[in-house]
Design a protein around this ligand. Structure first.
Ligand SMILES: Cc1cc2nc3c(=O)[nH]c(=O)nc-3n(C[C@H](O)[C@H](O)[C@H](O)COP(=O)(O)OP(=O)(O)OC[C@H]3O[C@@H](n4cnc5c(N)ncnc54)[C@H](O)[C@@H]3O)c2cc1C
Length: 638
């Protein structure tokens, strides 16, 4: 296997402290304490009125959807959480003994300070207030220069020279372990402790096989990370009049991120991998022969830097610039004990129409949790753009406290014992997956934008792509195909991903042109799921697993047009002409990729490896073949 030679590091890395604390002085959204309130059957007008009053008092943030939206810039508030949310989080923090509260990956921080910090960042994004750019760019390229001319190269130390440095250890450790165990010399740089969060990740059992196939874990390791499995899986929509759609084996497995990361780390270090923990990547300099990484102020070297630093990656920010995301999925939820009915899961469910103030259509997911027979995780999420008028995460949490009992058939939130409060924002960009701007640097995980704009399943997304990614990195090292063009080919255009955009758009409520009817999205979902169910599992199951295929999508659209011709103009009006035209382009590309996918798959077999060609040409051809197969959605796991 490939290896770097004679690269140096003079200083050992020391622990860095990270902090997310946010000061809080004023209250944004005040909601009456919940004790004793009965929520079932609650009229929704008081909730909207309470919000409006709180928002007026607080200066106009949130809400949206009024008839005369006025995008008046408002100062970013320093505190968002209502008394009720504060009480719940403060009580949980006081009683918590869990050390994993400090896991830094997405959804790992569940404290009041983390909520306030995330809400402040979300408010700044909506206001277009991006943090000032560093005086020196985070990634600097030195064309024509090599590390040998660099001041610390004289003290070359092979111990700090790697083939690959993976920055960000949450999902990064999965890829790092697979590479290390295949003979690549790898280091992981993680700003916090290298630890997975306590809250389970839900994926489909079949998807976990990729970790074994790629060599990151053994089957026994994977089994030890599976905390719970459940069925059936339900999808249903408010007032649909139709029976719930019931399926099996999709997102039906709860994986422990704590165990997954710990077990991978063990196998990574056993195989010689190096972990720089509590170590912050401060910047990257790209030279012709290697990249030099600043880790807690000390240099390490790599032939390839893999950026797995999540949505907040400073490298992604440098590439994307100060640009608001095209769409955002905001999710809030909890893991709580006391659900008598805890047998199956909900993949997507609604129990209300579009909110009265048009802030969005709330969707739900629910999964049994492994911590106890009546423990259940419930998530409430909605799609929106990053307009200034969009609601805070905290005000969505207030809606969650009100609506979750109704959704789960409880009398009140007091019926359950909340064990953990969950929240996150998932920014999505139409220009995804992200293609790198730099030689020797590429993105994976949330940073890469490879996951569906519809779901927040980042583990599921990397499981779908890990075989492709690990193979591509090995081949890139072997062929020395580490320049920008070669690495962009690894994250090439995927029409299946781009075509999903229209669905997010259709499920989002534009605050300035609200749909005529508040049940529009429920009706759309009812029709869409009804049609897919009638077309059979070939159409339904890939879609439920975030995979869009040409035939599935085409048949669904034709069937919808034939069965509900009068509803189609509503969809076109909701989505808007621009997005529809843009989508059509991707739909056509999806058709072309679909036609090419079978021959592409055949060429990807060893017999078709174009042995006579130079390594770099082979590398580029294989990436194109993979882009066709994955881009056509022909990789789905059953
Ligand atoms: C509430 C919630 C529920 C979710 N549920 C599911 C689910 O059921 N199933 C599923 O598949 N996914 C789920 N997800 C999504 C999943 O958690 C993410 O997709 C996943 O964590 C992404 O991992 P990542 O490593 O790409 O990024 P992140 O999790 O964001 O991790 C990035 C890492 O990079 C590190 N880092 C950042 N900057 C630096 C730096 N300068 N130097 C060094 N290190 C740095 C961070 O400390 C962090 O550990 C959920 C997310 C949330 C918020």
């Amino acid at each position: 296997m490939t290896s770097l030679s004679a690269l140096s590091a003079t200083t050992r890395l020391s622990a860095a402290s990270t902090s997310t604390s946010t000061s809080s002085s004023s209250r944004r959204d005040r909601v009456a304490p919940l004790a004793g309130r009965r929520v079932r059957g609650t009229s929704r007008s008081p909730r909207a009125r309470a919000r409006a009053a709180a928002e007026t008092a607080a200066g106009g943030e949130g809400g949206g959807g009024g008839s005369t939206p006025t995008p008046t810039p408002t100062p970013t508030p320093t505190s968002f959480a209502s008394d009720r949310t504060r009480d719940i989080l403060t009580r949980l923090e006081a009683s918590s003994s869990s050390s994993s509260a400090s896991a830094l990956g997405a959804g790992g921080r569940t404290t009041l300070a983390a909520l306030e910090g995330l809400d402040a960042a979300w408010a700044r994004t909506r206001a277009g207030q991006f943090p000032p750019r560093p005086s020196t760019p985070y990634v600097r390229v030195h064309p024509g220069e090599t590390t040998t001319g660099f001041d610390d190269a004289a003290a070359a130390d092979d111990a700090d020279a790697f083939d690959v440095v993976v920055c960000g250890g949450t999902l990064g450790i999965l890829v790092a372990t697979a590479l290390q165990r295949r003979g690549v010399k790898v280091a992981v740089v993680e700003r916090g402790p290298l630890r997975g969060r306590a809250q389970e990740w839900n994926v489909s059992r079949a998807e976990t096989a990729a970790l074994v196939d790629v060599g990151a874990l053994t089957r026994e390791d994977v089994d030890a990370c599976v905390m719970i499995e459940f069925n059936p899986i339900r999808c249903g929509f408010h007032n649909s009049g139709a029976k719930d759609l019931v399926t099996r084996d999709i997102l039906n497995t709860g994986i422990s991120p704590e165990r997954l990361v710990a077990r991978c780390r063990e196998r990574f270090e056993d195989a010689g991998g190096v972990v720089f923990e509590n170590s912050t990547l401060g910047g990257v300099e790209v030279f012709d022969d290697a990249a030099r990484l600043d880790v807690n102020g000390a240099p390490i070297r790599a032939r390839l830097v893999i950026d797995c630093m999540g949505f907040g990656s400073p490298i992604v920010r440098q590439i994307r610039g100060d640009m608001k995301p095209d769409g955002v999925c905001v999710v809030v939820g909890s893991c709580a004990e006391g659900f008598e009915n805890n047998d199956g899961a909900d993949l997507i469910y609604t129990c209300t129409d579009i909110e009265e103030d048009y802030r969005g259509q709330y969707f739900w997911e629910a999964f049994p949790a492994s911590t106890g027979p009546t423990d259940r995780t419930t998530y409430m999420f909605t799609y929106m753009d990053a307009d200034e008028k969009r609601p805070s995460i905290s005000s969505m949490l207030d809606d969650y406290w009100d609506l979750m009992p109704k959704y789960q058939g409880l009398n009140s939130i007091e019926d359950v014992n909340v064990k953990r409060v969950l929240f996150g924002t998932f920014p999505t960009y139409r220009d995804s997956p992200l293609r790198t701007d730099f030689d020797r640097v590429m993105q994976i995980g949330d940073a890469s934008g490879i996951q569906s704009p519809l779901s927040f399943g980042g583990l599921a997304a990397i499981l779908r792509h890990i075989t492709r990614i690990v193979g591509a990195v090995e081949e890139a090292l072997d062929a020395d195909a580490l320049d920008r063009d070669a690495l962009r080919a690894v994250n090439d255009y995927q029409p299946a991903l781009s075509a999903s955009w229209l669905f997010q758009r259709c499920m989002m409520v534009p605050y300035d042109s609200k749909p005529r009817r508040r049940d529009f999205i429920n009706e759309l979902m009812t029709i869409n799921f009804g049609v897919m169910e009638s077309l059979g599992d070939d159409v339904l199951r890939p879609f439920l697993q975030d995979v869009v295929t040409f035939k599935g999508l085409g048949r669904t659209l034709v069937s919808m047009t034939l069965t509900k011709p009068l509803f189609v103009p509503n969809i076109l009006a909701q989505a808007g002409a621009g997005p529809i035209l843009d989508w059509f382009k991707h739909f056509v590309a999806l058709g072309v990729y679909d036609a090419l996918a079978s021959p592409a798959k055949a060429l990807m077999t060893p017999a078709g490896e174009f042995q006579a060609l130079p390594k770099r040409a082979r590398f580029m051809i294989r990436r194109k073949l993979e882009a066709i197969v994955y881009g056509a959605g022909r990789d789905q796991v059953e």
